[in-house]
Ligand binder design. Sequence first.
Ligand SMILES: [Zn+2]
Length: 332
Amino acid sequence: MKLGMSYFGNRYVECTQQHLRKMKEMGASYVVFTFSENDFFYYKHTMQELFDVAHQMGLEVWADPWAIGGVFGGEAFSKFLLDNLDVWQVRNDGEKVPHVCLNSAKFKEFLKKLVDSIASSKADYIFWDEPHWYIPKWDDAKDESLWACRCERCQNLFEKEYGYAMPEIANDDVVRFKENSALSFFEEMTKYAKEKGLKNAVCFLPIEDDKSISIPYEKVASLDTIDVIGSDPYWYIFGKSVDDFVKPVTERMIKIGRKYSKEVQMWFQGYKVPGNKEEEMKRAVETMYNLGVRNVTVWSYNGASHMSSLRSDNPKKVNDILEEIFRDFSKR
Ligand SMILES: [Zn+2]
């Protein structure tokens, strides 16, 4: 069984070395390094040093373009958005929102430079984490009728393709337009990453109705350039049970994986774990394993105990159980 852990919040080589050794001893076969815009601008060479250390230890290296442009998951800020106010998504009420428009050529060029950096640092995989358009539920407004992107660029492209002005109230054509835009974004980016020698993995948000977020999971999964697909059903933060959430999301990923011959990678939640519910982590991994998943990974190393906003009620207990899980499943 292939097991991984995400790793962030530290860029000291010596400390990373110690932590990676611990991961390796526990049975991890790879590490998912977050690669934020901050890393890209200020830690480029350091990241290469960290990747080298992981490789020397026999760990595969996955690099996660973390929260880049506000269209991938992650607790990081985007300098690109600050520097380029013309590429923000525009909502149907005319407000700009801090997520880059997936049709922006300028963003794709920027992301390619970031891919170059990840590739030249010799990562094995690039991990496209929770790609999304603007999601009204995550916004303070919480108004479900709001959507993006209706920027000038998108309006022009839409009108050219559909022969009428992009409406303010989303219709099927708007959903299709956004899905096709996301698909062509992934086609271009994953092809580029592949040409640079990287394998592509994508993690879809654990949302049943992917039409509601206009990221066409099956079409993205079907791309030849994508090697691994998966999702991250973090049941504690969604307030759901392993059976009601982890199981159906995993089943769906397996179905898509089988259909397009893709390896499936599933994430389990090891942060913000509520007290006395730690054992559920074992049940989640067991569920994934029993359904046939052979690549499981946790967010995050040491249960993200170093990050106060993600810390669990009993970080030590979480970490003890993570060790148990890794020792057990790495032998299967
Ligand atoms: Zn746009």
